[in-house]
Design a protein around this ligand. Structure first.
Ligand SMILES: Nc1ncnc2c1ncn2[C@@H]1O[C@H](COP(=O)(O)OP(=O)(O)OP(=O)(O)O)[C@@H](O)[C@H]1O
Length: 233
């Protein structure tokens, strides 16, 4: 559903990505792992057309990248981007008009993320977790085939994390695809089918989680692999 080949990106002469290859398969939840500054958000921004790679290619749904394919993707990157002076419902109404979604879809999505009771409260006075829930609601609104979420667990309470896990698992079970970056390896091990580990600008490992680390060993294997990759760079 999303393929990256040889993605390369530098900022002011400092390489961030150095030939990243990655494949996100349909019907799977894919975890995108890497230390702070590894280049996960940069990769996601390039997939979403918010940044241009210096070299390399991205394909979406088996075809070369084109803006029109983004209609089939729901995403959040770089934290919540909300209209602070609007309520949750009004935030969603703005996006629904752009996407051509119905009022009933807004109600449905508010329920899915647990914000149906927030009434006229403005988004700027939401807690961190509520802002994240609303960001997720915006991503879900257009019933996308692919969800791309940059650290969506940030700020969620334990109940919110479990609800998010169920929502993303349900999305994959219904044939959808999820790419989720996260540092919360305990949660990653409960949530994902596949992982990509990014270090030293490259994919150091990509495939089924169970092939990467036995149950309970994800953190240890991740630290081992990323430290070795960085040391050898
Ligand atoms: N617009 C930009 N201008 C200059 N440097 C940037 C820009 N965007 C990202 N970078 C740098 O690129 C590197 C990768 O950043 P990125 O946000 O992609 O990492 P990340 O893996 O998502 O990190 P984190 O886990 O901390 O969110 C960092 O060193 C960052 O400072």
């Amino acid at each position: 559903m999303v393929s990256c080949r040889g993605l390369t990106k530098s900022y002011t002469g400092r390489p961030v990505l150095d030939g990243l290859d990655m494949d996100i398969l349909p019907g799977r939840v894919h975890g995108f792992l890497g230390r702070n500054g590894a280049g996960k958000s940069t990769t996601i921004r390039m997939v979403l057309g918010l940044e241009q790679p210096d070299a390399g290619h991205i394909s979406l749904f088996g075809r070369p990248w084109e803006r029109g394919a983004l209609d089939r993707i729901g995403a959040s990157v770089d934290g919540p981007a909300l209209y602070g002076h609007l309520s949750a419902r009004d935030n969603l109404t703005v996006h629904a008009r752009l996407l051509g979604c119905s009022r009933s879809r807004i109600d449905e999505v508010l329920g899915l993320v647990g914000l149906e009771g927030t009434g006229r409260k403005r988004a700027r006075s939401f807690s961190t977790g509520m802002k994240m829930r609303l960001t997720l609601a915006v991503a879900l609104l257009g019933e996308p085939e692919v969800l791309i979420l940059d650290e969506p667990q940030n700020g969620l309470d334990p109940q919110g994390i479990v609800e998010l896990r169920m929502l993303l698992r349900d999305h994959a079970a219904a044939g959808g695809t999820v790419l989720v970056s996260s540092h919360q390896l305990g949660e990653v091990s409960r949530l994902v089918d596949d992982i990509t580990v990014l270090a030293a600008g490259r994919c150091q490992w990509s495939g089924p989680l169970e092939d990467f680390a036995p149950v309970g060993m994800l953190e240890e294997r991740f630290l081992e692999l990323t430290m070795t990759a960085e040391a050898s760079r």
